[in-house]
Design a protein around this ligand. Structure first.
Ligand code: KG4
Ligand code: ZN
Length: 343
């Protein structure tokens, strides 16, 4: 079975293709990547300092047909056996483009359509590199989401353990990078700036880590405000902002909370695999601290390569293949996108 996945929830138009090999009694089924084509409008948003929904939607409209063509060529297929599409969560106008395209192709090719949750795709994509997924905790961190999930089987609903009560982690990186004049997208720039800084230089707050705070939820607005206050104080004192130290200390605070809560959730649930996903897991400190803490807790850490961590279509095709392989019914062609979809 060949599954084509379409992703358009933010600023990447992704079309991916996988082949599904069904399992037998002893071995689980698995997906193999045949194509992974992505067109990004990230450069068009740079001068606004953040993703502009209207620009993203228009870029998807322009990119969807050429990206579909490239993916089919790369996979060497004329048409797939099924189409999987992200219906949420994400930007309303951006999702509409992918969902409308998926319906049109499904109708024209007479192939079934399957509605997918974007977050599940971020988890499922790891199987392309690391094989079938055992029961695990997944930590998704990107510009749009920060979620701690409990995954028992990719064909079954995923349980959300916690999420952010305010900013997403990647969004906090982007906002702090803007405060420090590091450009957009700010996450990678801040990561680079932090290399030259001292992570212990400034004690920024670790949000939601008090004894009465939720164990699995996150908050990043406090640390972001603390950085803003620190930068303002430097201005008032006529002192130069120690950019590298601020970046390193902020990054340390965020990485500390994310990895502490993820590893603790594994302990709470008695699972010994942690999967990272989302664009911000490209962050060097989040990766290294997650590895250190998993090693000392005896947890296996699975992190897809950066190309698969950011939004793409092959993650949706992979999730689709697992869901279809698990026996799910197709979605009706009337299925609607759901910008606020939960897991
Ligand atoms: O998954 P993604 O490509 O798109 C969504 O937001 O869904 O993630 C992009 C986010 C941006 O906020 C970007 O700044 C952040 O991931 N990011 C990073 C790094 N690379 C990307 N944040 C921190 N450190 C990085 N190295
Ligand atoms: Zn995403």
């Amino acid at each position: 079975m060949i599954v084509l996945g379409i992703e358009s929830s933010c600023d990447e138009t992704g079309v991916g293709v996988v082949r599904w090999t069904p399992g037998d009694g002893d071995t689980p089924g698995f997906a193999t990547m045949l194509a992974d084509e992505v067109a990004s409008s990230v450069d068009e948003h740079a001068r606004f300092g953040g993703v502009v929904p209207e620009i993203a939607s228009r870029a998807h409209l322009e990119a969807i047909v050429p990206t579909m063509r490239r993916a089919r060529e790369a996979a060497g297929i004329d048409r797939p056996d099924a189409i999987a599409v992200t219906i949420g969560p994400g930007l309303a106008g951006a999702l509409l483009v992918g969902v409308a395209a998926a319906k049109a192709y499904a109708l024209a090719w007479d192939v079934p359509l399957y509605a997918m949750n974007h977050l599940g795709g971020h988890v499922a994509v790891d199987t392309l590199e690391h094989g079938p997924m055992p029961e695990c905790v997944a930590l998704l961190v990107s510009g749009g989401h920060t979620h701690l999930l409990h995954v028992t089987d990719l064909a079954e609903p995923i349980v959300e353990l916690g999420t952010t009560v305010d900013d997403a982690a990647g969004e906090a990186f982007d906002k702090v990078a803007r405060l420090l004049d590091l450009g957009f997208p700010g996450g990678p720039a801040l990561d680079r700036a932090a290399c030259a800084g001292d992570p212990g230089a400034i004690a920024f707050p670790r949000g939601m880590t008090g004894p009465r705070d939720s164990r699995h939820d996150f908050s990043f607005s406090g640390v972001k405000t603390a950085v803003a206050r620190y930068v303002e104080k430097c201005g008032r004192d006529g002192a130069e902002v120690p950019v590298a130290d601020v970046a390193a200390s902020f990054q340390e605070a965020v990485a500390d909370v994310l990895t502490m809560k993820a590893v603790r959730a594994c302990g709470d649930l008695g699972v010994d695999t942690l999967v990272l996903g989302g664009g911000a897991t490209a962050n060097s400190r989040i990766r290294s601290l997650a590895q250190e803490r998993c090693d000392s807790a005896g947890i296996e850490l699975r992190v897809p390569k950066p190309r698969l961590c950011t939004d793409n279509g092959v993650m949706i095709a992979t999730l689709g293949a697992h869901v279809i392989g698990g026996g799910a019914e197709p979605s009706p062609l009337t299925v609607a996108s759901d910008p606020a979809m939960s897991v």
